[in-house]
Design a protein around this ligand. Structure first.
Ligand SMILES: *[C@@H]1O[C@H](CO)[C@@H](O)[C@H](O)[C@H]1NC(C)=O
Ligand SMILES: *[C@@H]1O[C@H](CO)[C@@H](O)[C@H](O)[C@H]1NC(C)=O
Length: 131
């Protein structure tokens, strides 16, 4: 979903939440939602096959609380690794996620170039607590 749509929805959710609309309440509510820290699942491609789960955990742990990582290696029929990628489940605020992407996406690491994607999740799922 686009960023603007998200902001509009957050605004509407806040209005619903604050049926006795008062500006202070709205600002508090929107602040809470927009700076929410949530579990995110990040796909990390372009890993060198020498990278370990601990490396990945340490690398992303600078930006948030890494819950766990899954490392996958694809090998050709001779058993030679040709593709290594992983998933990082991390509890991270939107601001730190942005920072993390700025620093790590497309960065070179151990001979690979990281490609990070945010694995899809439902917006309503994340913000269910406010519905
Ligand atoms: C994520 O971090 C926030 C803020 O530190 C905390 O309140 C929340 O319980 C954490 N969520 C999970 C699923 O660990
Ligand atoms: C990471 O960089 C790639 C290549 O520029 C881009 O397509 C992708 O959207 C970026 N990932 C995120 C989560 O922004």
């Amino acid at each position: 979903m686009c960023k603007i749509c998200e902001v509009v929805i957050v605004y509407l959710l806040c209005l619903v939440d604050q049926l006795n609309i008062n500006l202070q309440g709205f600002l508090k509510c929107s602040h809470l939602i927009l700076t929410v820290t949530a579990m995110r699942r990040l796909y990390v491609g372009g890993l060198s096959h020498t990278v370990t789960e601990k490396d990945l955990k340490d690398r992303f742990g600078k930006f948030g609380a890494v819950e766990d990582v899954e490392l996958r290696t694809r090998k050709d029929p001779e058993g030679v690794p040709y593709k290594t990628f992983g998933y990082v489940n991390i509890n991270i605020s939107d601001a730190d996620l942005k920072k993390c992407l700025t620093v790590l996406n497309k960065s070179k690491w151990k001979g690979g170039t990281l490609q990070i994607e945010i694995a899809k999740e439902s917006f309503l799922e994340t913000h269910r607590i406010w519905l």
